[in-house]
Design a protein around this ligand. Sequence first.
Ligand code: SF4
Ligand code: MG
Length: 336
Amino acid sequence: AEKLLEIRKLSAGFITEKGLVKATDQISLALDKGQTVCLVGESGSGKSVTSLAIMRLIDYAGGVIIEGNINFHGEDLTEKKQEEMRKIRGDRIAMIFQDPMSSLNPVFTIGNQIAESILLHQNKSKEEAWNMAVEMLRLVGIPAPEIRAKQYPHELSGGMCQRVVIAIALACNPELLIADEPTTALDVTVQAQILDLLRKLQAELGMSILMITHDMGVAAEMADRVAVMYAGAIVEEGTVQEIFDHPSHPYTVGLLQSIPGFEGERGGELYTIQGTIPPLGQLPGGCRFHPRCPHATDICRQKEPHEFLVGEDHRASCWLYEDKPVYKETASSSRD
Ligand code: SF4
Ligand code: MG
């Protein structure tokens, strides 16, 4: 399949009083055209920093890209000027966030806000843009879109507002949609509806989705591939079947056992991984998960694990798989 996005050994971080602190540590991740990859982890694992780095919004958040590449269609986004990134953002890569209200402008009608986005990226007249905005509202499942288009964000529910945000993101037909916890602020029923909508739109429009979530349940529903992030590193990555049928890294196993109804659940009680994620810049030596790991041994405390190939198209950074082959990144297919 054609690679749309290929992140290679990306480290991004922040300049603090204590010096440069890494928030992502040499992460590598690939996303094919039309695919959904879920980046899963607890808050503070570096998921959002990864998305900000891809969009190069990290530059505005006091952060820097320290090393590595972000190849998008074979172009390295880490080398782009902000002026070039502005064209890519919104036009080829769009992003939606957790809180729809913070993405919408309270003083403009929702039709206006979608039309503005269309006018910014496409050569259309105002009337065409308005009509397209109404069509976008219909596409994202908003009833009576002609009437709704004239309303203001506060007149719509949270779920409806997130549909509007999705309409704005899709108005310019992006190749990649980055969705950072897009359903976390919504109640469960609405959450399911928004996930359904994203799946439907993806099938219709053929875009790729990078979904950032703390919720393994969301990953199970949405992902083709899952990357599990812990303390700035991708500790396990593979197809959704591999990750759910053969979870390998003890952290992934812990995340799965904390999902209600998952078979690893013990005696009806939800499992929680003991301890907390280490703060930025305070990684333990050896395996970064060792203080929380029920399987930690001496080597775990001393040496950072390699990435081992634990299944077909499935890698994990854990010494439990020392007898497996070491995972090797293949050469960038986007440059073939
Ligand atoms: Fe646990 Fe050791 Fe594997 Fe780290 S390397 S996850 S400490 S078993
Ligand atoms: Mg986040």
